[in-house]
Design a protein around this ligand. Structure first.
Ligand code: AMP
Length: 582
């Protein structure tokens, strides 16, 4: 086991133990499965599948079926409603995690327990140990854009909140951040404040107050860092004025936040003038972060997958500060740590920790007969952690200590290599995010690449895509893709027309291209949105109780996501139809 939290934190020791565990990954996986099944032998769910005390991987995969969240939903609901019997775990579940629901539009309930907090800390500490070898930090603070969303009680009296909230509220989190010499510079009242706009403003203010001590700028997902500095562009003069006078802006109305900030905010006209001067000197805010925080060593957060589109902007703000991509996990539990911190974020991989769960992988390379019209896809049997092949793509299947057994996470990963005997995974995309119109199989990644290609055309006009999403419109025949863009300024008609054609022709999926050629899929539509539309979408999700920490712009909005569709439709200012396949 990795060292326990109550011991003194020694990064080299953490690495040593990680090496030991990953060298013996196969045995550790078998042992982890044995522990999970033994600990939960009394759970009705496991009893139902007739394991009869068997804990070996073969019996497990023979007896227990693969499931999705939908299959488990009624059971998790019973737990949330306070059922007294052991349903998924032997020990009662006392906390429920709410997934962000931002990828697919629906929030999910997931069981949570202390084991998951513990594994989260192990992931944090492992990647920190490797990071610290390359980018050592001294004693200091972190400007962490983190938020504790509201927690509430379920019908059965269980505490429910987002995974990040459950973690940030834990004592272990504080201890780990202290061990890593990066305690958060903002007061707790800011992190756990009831209004995220006010918290965000105070995070920025706290960062500026402690600017010399800030060693790391971080958030769970990189979107939040970009969003914070976009906000900085709007409120910087107000922040300077607060620092100059030592009195907090009237926009902060939450009494607990005001009291907490009053303790750290003192008049400092010199600092205010310095910040003011720096901001005026910057060209289009390039290098803002390194200007404001002279001792920052790196910027840290998840930058892969749906976060990649924000990297360009983040690099712009960062100037020369390195960007380090964080680990891979979900509300259902963590999976892997980034142990190669020097790789550029686009190349980040995640070494699976073999003792934090039992992992299986469904190979996604198709087998079976591929005919002209239909490619017959027979899903293949999952393989074990150490049996995956380099270069292959898989869907991740998780068995954890909190009652998920052979649970399909819905993420697609690619095996980039191995660290000892454990695979290093590259995140590819969510599975089945884009619905099919004809025989097309576009993925979230294809969409991202197409947007990237078309956005290059905006660069000539010094404009950028602030954010994007898509919709598949089947209301008329043939169906077609609609891509929504928020652009940083007014682009010319000519350029937007070109962007629209480029979006359409940049999709490389053979099914899409051939369907477009024979007009079985209609011309792609580019819809340009009013500035601020994605802020409205974010506000909508936060209003539903989601947290900014875990926010991911939904890349394809489904037909049942009425509110988001409504926001999009109400804010379209221009629309273009592709002529790429005319
Ligand atoms: P949630 O539990 O709703 O906050 O979202 C978890 C999901 O975020 C995962 O299933 C992935 O799809 C995505 N995710 C988590 N970590 C990463 C990562 N390092 N790179 C890309 N996507 C990630």
């Amino acid at each position: 086991m990795l060292e326990k939290l109550d011991k003194v934190f020694d990064p080299e020791k953490v690495i040593e133990e990680f090496e030991y565990l990953t060298k013996d990954a196969k045995r550790i996986q078998t042992e982890t499965l044995r522990r999970i099944l033994k600990e939960n032998g009394e759970a009705e769910y496991l009893k139902k599948w007739g394991l009869n005390g068997k804990t070996d991987p073969e019996s497990y995969s023979c007896c227990v079926p693969l499931v999705t969240h939908k299959d488990l939903e009624p059971l998790i609901q019973q737990i949330a409603d306070g059922a007294p019997n052991p349903i998924l775990t032997s020990k009662p579940i006392t906390t429920i995690t709410l997934s962000s629901g931002t990828t697919q539009g629906k929030r999910k309930f997931v069981p949570f327990n202390d084991e998951l907090t513990e594994t989260t800390m192990q992931i944090y500490r492992t990647s920190f140990a490797f990071r610290n070898r390359e980018y050592p930090i001294g004693n200091g603070k972190a400007l962490s854009f983190i938020y504790g969303s509201k927690q509430f009680k379920t019908k059965g009296g269980l505490l429910a909140g987002t995974a990040t909230t459950n973690v940030y509220r834990s004592e272990q989190f504080k201890k780990t951040m202290k061990d890593m010499q990066t305690p958060c510079c903002s007061p707790d009242e800011v992190i756990f404040g009831p209004d995220f706009q006010q918290s965000l403003y105070c995070h920025l203010l706290s960062g500026l107050i402690f600017h010399n001590e800030i060693q790391v700028i971080s958030s769970t997902f990189a979107h939040s860092i970009v969003h914070s500095f976009r906000t900085f562009e709007l409120v910087w003069e107000e922040l300077c004025s607060d620092i100059k006078t030592g009195s907090l802006s009237t926009r902060i109305t939450v009494p607990t936040i005001r009291t907490a900030m009053a303790k750290i905010l003192k008049p400092n006209p010199e600092l205010a003038d310095k910040i003011h001067e720096k901001c005026l000197r910057l060209s289009n805010w390039y290098g803002l972060i390194e200007e404001l925080f002279p001792n920052v060593k790196y910027i840290y957060g998840i930058m892969t997958g749906s976060m990649e589109p924000y990297l360009k902007k983040l690099r712009h703000y960062a100037g020369g500060i390195p960007l380090l991509s964080a680990d891979y996990g979900s509300s259902e539990g963590w999976i892997g740590a980034n142990v190669n911190p020097t790789r550029p974020p686009e190349m980040a991989t995640f070494a699976v920790l073999p003792h934090i769960g039992y992992f299986e992988f469904i190979p996604l390379r198709e087998i079976g007969v591929a005919s002209q019209e239909h490619s017959v896809c027979n899903e293949r049997r999952p393989v074990g952690l150490t049996d995956v092949e380099v270069g292959e793509e898989y869907e991740v299947v998780v068995t954890n200590f909190a009652g998920l057994y052979r649970y399909r996470l819905g993420d697609v990963v690619k095996v980039a290599g191995f660290h000892n005997a454990t695979p290093e995974l590259q995140f590819v995309c969510r599975r089945n995010l884009m619905p099919t119109i004809n025989i097309d199989k576009n993925t979230e990644k294809d969409l991202q690449l197409s947007v990237e290609a078309a956005a290059k055309l905006l660069a000539d006009e010094k404009l950028e895509v602030v954010d994007f999403t898509s919709q598949v419109d089947l209301s008329s025949e043939p169906g077609h893709y609609m891509i929504y863009w928020e652009v940083s300024g007014e682009a010319s008609e000519e350029t937007l027309k070109k962007c629209c054609n480029c979006l359409d022709s940049a999709f490389v999926d053979a099914g899409y291209v051939s369907s477009r050629k024979i007009h079985a899929i209609g011309p792609l539509e580019l819809r340009v949105l009013k500035r601020g539309t994605f802020q409205k979408i974010l506000d909508h999700y936060v209003g539903l109780g989601s947290t900014l920490n875990q926010f991911k712009t939904p890349r394809c909005v489904g037909p049942v996501n009425h509110t988001v569709l409504q926001i999009l439709c109400n804010n379209v200012v221009k629309s273009y139809i592709s002529t790429a396949f005319d």
